[in-house]
Write a protein that binds this ligand. Structure first.
Ligand code: GDG
Length: 493
């Protein structure tokens, strides 16, 4: 999915294929190259799938230019020494509009983030969601049997687990990780076909969330909306229709070593060049925000806090510049277009209010940053602000910590993100809706002693390194083995 993997070269977060170089296929004169993903889930999964000799099933964008090895749209990865098979589901534009931009992102995304007012339930979107989930289940059925482990990612596949179990005699072991929050029952009750989604997800043997609160809310929703389910709140297990689903909280981390070493290898000259490019006076103090342009990320709230900060602190005018990098996403959806317009106009307004001939308080960019620039900004930002109104985990906060190799940064972290459970006690906690409070924390961040910065970062770094993407993967697979063994000894005996 586009936002959970940080590969700027691929639009959907999966290994991307270019049309030049690479391995020529006999039945297709085009050739392929594989771009290695730069981070996130894709980078974490790739080596795991390579070891398992498995099949990775993902949808393409319908007109992706890649060569296929057979009539199932399969390609070998890596092309020259096949370690696993990547199977692409080729969805029509209509399917993508209804499944991805429709039910997934006009219904499930706002609902799971607690914005039921933004829910748009268009007539055929759910049917397409079901159809695409069926396509995934069918594709899984081509490659899996009762001894297989199937691991599903995210909210686009809520119906697939049960469909997969139904399509494989004796069932496979099915695990699922849900990357976004789960809403409270009062919100979930607005979900069209909510019962079907719960039944679909209870096809899983294992269902993972980032934090315990989301897992508990899922169990609460099942308890309330599926009376036939047998729910154990303490163990977070649910018995439904002959199957037991174990619900767990397994917070996701980042590839901390990679951010650390990439940040160490950044060049100070690159920072100077970036300042020049962005028109930032050399030597000024740097603040940073980096998000997808999404209404969950609290960007206007952050701008309001910055405005308050400059009001309260005329001395920082000309001395502190905030770089806000925002990646446009889901721009087919009007709410996202309006959100983008709001953010851009607020930036302009604040810049007009405080800016001078040679300084703008906020440097706003929608460019995709190469990894090197990302790590340069992370390393040298004096304060990073993560002000999401709600966020499943938030990887950016953890990447910033991992890349702060000089021990001189400060993290302002919203108390409404999954990452706050791991980092909250040593970050500077903010309530994103309280502009005055965020401005005060920013003042504190910028005036903090070198000793306190170092001390806070040391603890943050320990947490980010000990809960990195590798340890998340290990925990996932430990749980999968456990439910696999349990299923073998009970359900499937
Ligand atoms: C969803 C959940 C959960 C961004 N701009 C550039 C770039 N990025 C990368 C970041 C980071 C990723 O995108 C964004 O990840 P987040 O976790 O912050 O947010 P979502 O996109 O909303 O992700 C979230 C996540 O899934 C995982 O479960 O944490 O709660 O909403 O990796 O670095 N990377 C590069 N250039 C950019 O310009 N190279």
């Amino acid at each position: 999915e586009d936002e959970s993997a940080s590969d700027p070269t691929s639009s959907d977060g999966h290994p991307s294929f270019g049309a030049d170089g690479g391995l020529a296929r006999p039945n297709d004169q085009r050739s392929i190259t594989v771009d290695e993903p730069t981070g996130g889930l894709t980078a974490g999964l790739d080596p795991v799938v390579q070891e398992t000799d498995g099949t990775w099933i993902a949808w393409g964008d319908g007109d992706a230019d890649f060569a296929v090895t057979d009539d199932r749209n399969c390609v070998a990865v890596p092309p020259d020494e096949e370690a696993y098979t990547l199977r692409r589901l080729d969805l029509s534009e209509e399917a993508i509009d209804a499944y991805y931009y429709g039910f997934s992102n006009r219904v499930l995304w706002p609902l799971c983030h607690g914005f039921p007012d933004l829910l748009e339930n268009r007539p055929t979107d759910f049917e397409w969601y079901r159809t695409v989930n069926e396509q995934f289940a069918e594709a899984v059925g081509d490659h899996a049997d009762e001894n297989s482990v199937v691991w599903l990612q995210d909210y686009h596949l809520a119906l697939a687990p049960r469909l997969i179990q139904d399509s494989i005699p004796d069932g496979a072991t099915v695990a699922h990780f849900w990357h976004i929050p789960w809403p409270i029952p009062e919100t979930f009750r607005h979900c069209p076909a909510g019962g079907n989604l719960l039944e679909g997800l209870l096809g899983n043997d294992l269902l993972g969330f980032h934090v315990g609160g989301y897992a508990d809310r899922f169990v609460d929703c099942v308890d309330r909306f599926l009376p036939a389910a047998d729910v154990d709140h303490t163990r977070r297990t649910i018995r439904y229709d002959g199957r037991t689903t174990r619900v767990v909280a397994t917070p996701m981390g980042v590839d901390a070593e990679a951010y650390d070493s990439d940040a160490r290898s950044t060049d100070r000259d690159r920072l100077t060049a970036l300042f020049e490019e962005y028109g930032i006076p050399q030597g000024t103090t740097l603040g940073l925000g980096l998000d997808r342009l999404d209404y969950t990320k609290g960007i206007p709230e952050r701008l309001a806090a910055l405005e308050r900060f400059f009001e309260r602190n005329p001395g920082w005018r000309g001395e502190f510049t905030f770089v806000q990098k925002a990646t446009p996403s889901r721009t087919e959806i009007e709410t996202y277009q309006q959100y983008g317009e709001l953010v851009r106009s607020e930036v302009q307004r604040i810049n007009r209010r405080f800016g001078t001939a040679d300084w703008r308080p906020i440097v706003y960019t929608e460019d995709v940053l190469p990894r090197e620039d990302l790590c340069t900004l992370y390393r040298h930002a004096d304060a990073m602000v993560v002000s999401s109104l709600v966020d499943g985990m938030n990887l950016v906060a953890q990447e910033y910590v991992a890349a702060s190799v000089d021990g001189d940064g400060a993290l302002l972290l919203s108390n409404r993100v999954g990452a706050h459970e791991r980092l909250g006690s040593h970050a500077l906690t903010i309530d994103p809706a309280d502009a005055e409070g965020v401005a005060a924390q920013l003042e504190y961040a910028l005036s903090m002693s070198a000793h306190e910065r170092q001390r806070r970062l040391n603890t943050l770094r320990q947490r980010v390194f000990s809960g990195d993407i590798q340890s998340w993967m290990t925990t996932q697979f430990d749980w999968i083995n456990r439910v696999h063994d349990d299923a073998g000894s009970s359900d499937k005996s």
